[in-house]
Design a binder for this molecule. Structure first.
Ligand SMILES: C[S@@+](CC[C@H](N)C(=O)[O-])C[C@H]1O[C@@H](n2cnc3c(N)ncnc32)[C@H](O)[C@@H]1O
Length: 356
């Protein structure tokens, strides 16, 4: 049965891309509030095409039906971050974001047990360690501070539109949905979700059978939980909050239909290890969609940027991407194909697929 995506404010996106390197123009809703032209590029090894977006016409149709019973899917995708083998519930399976507290899961192989606290399941490799503490690079640790987590959706995230040309949550959500069309109705991991800006939109859209809101930061997950609690009628049974490291994803191989990572690629300690992990957990035909920024165009004239970025990475842990080709290479190296991207100034949204 077809579902119509309704009530999203009209903004612009008229592009649908094939895997062949050709851009196919189709339907559409406007995506940016201002009348921005968006370049969309689909690449194969030999060809590149740019298409300028056009104003909208009708609604977007979703062909897959969304199953309302997601508890069985939750049971079968979670894996031990040490062995990558299936985790089984030792308590009643979590069927709502409210029932995580007191829940526990055990690895079928190493027998390690993982616990849920009030807000999330901790599925990091170090979970349960009492004396051992781990610190990550600054670009990860920064987001673990309660102040940054509090400020994230209260101004911090909005600033990306000003300096980077990010379309903002509604615009990005519309673009993302277009890339995710082949996997609508399946499960989605919102990797590095922070306080759950997009996880909440995914859950409320009803377009996915299950949303996993995943981040390394406990305080971001706490914020996400509080935002969910504040909303009446939030579909709490369709979302689960998980703490995990992007380079060690707690999912069974080939069990995930879609991975979304908004504004996070540049923060990850090793983007290549992360993409390889994403590739491992995606099922054949599964889709990876991510946003980040690229310092090209006028930034290409900044003296020493190319050499300085190595030092910036060493100090902050943050990766600066200088071209679309670099991102395409990253996806290909991680085993993903059919690279596509959408640009607006420094903002870029990329998508790639696990080969079928
Ligand atoms: C700039 S925020 C992006 C948040 C959100 N996805 C968005 O679109 O606004 C980057 C997020 O990446 C997370 N992160 C950084 N390193 C990580 C890691 N190793 N594993 C998982 N998440 C990580 C941070 O905790 C932070 O919440």
């Amino acid at each position: 049965m077809a579902t119509v995506i309704g009530n999203l404010s009209p903004i612009l996106l008229p592009i649908r891309l094939g895997n062949s390197g050709r851009c196919l123009v189709k339907t559409y809703k406007p995506i940016f509030k201002r009348n921005l032209a968006v370049n969309v590029r689909a690449s194969s090894t030999s060809s590149t095409a740019f298409v300028e977006t056009k104003p909208p016409t009708g609604p977007v149709l979703v062909e897959n039906e969304v199953s309302s019973s997601s508890s069985s899917k939750k049971k079968h995708i979670l894996a031990c971050p040490i062995c990558f083998d299936l985790l089984s519930w030792r308590s009643d399976p979590v069927v709502s974001v409210d029932s995580i507290s007191g829940s526990s899961l055990q690895c079928s192989t190493c027998k390690k047990t993982y616990f849920g606290n009030e807000t999330h399941l901790d599925l990091t490799a170090a979970s349960g360690a009492k004396n051992y503490g781990e610190s990550m690079p600054a670009s990860t640790e920064l987001f673990r501070t309660p102040l940054v987590s509090f400020l994230y959706e209260r101004g911090w995230r909005q600033s990306f539109s000003v300096w980077g040309g990010f379309p903002g949550p509604e615009g990005e959500f519309e673009l993302t949905k277009d890339f995710l069309k082949p996997v609508l109705g399946g499960n989605i991991v919102d990797a590095s979700c922070a306080s759950g800006l997009f996880s909440r939109l995914f859950a409320k859209s009803g377009l996915f059978s299950l949303v996993v809101a995943l981040d390394y930061s406990e305080s971001m997950l706490q914020q996400c939980y509080e935002f969910i609690k504040q909303e009446d009628d939030f579909p709490k049974e369709s979302i689960v909050l998980v703490r995990a490291d992007i380079s060690r994803l707690p999912f069974v191989s080939s069990s995930i239909d879609a991975v979304h990572a908004g504004a996070a690629l540049h923060c990850w300690p090793s983007p290549s290890a992360a993409v390889a992990e994403i590739s491992r957990v995606l099922r054949p035909g599964g889709v990876f969609v991510a946003t980040t920024y690229i310092l090209d165009g006028p930034f290409a004239f900044v003296p020493f940027l190319r050499t300085a970025r190595q030092n910036i990475r060493q100090i902050s842990g943050s990766k600066i991407f200088l071209s679309e080709r670099e991102l395409e290479d990253l996806c290909r190296a991680g085993g993903l194909v059919g690279f596509k991207c959408v640009r607006n100034r420094a903002f870029v949204m990329i998508s790639a697929t696990k080969p079928s």
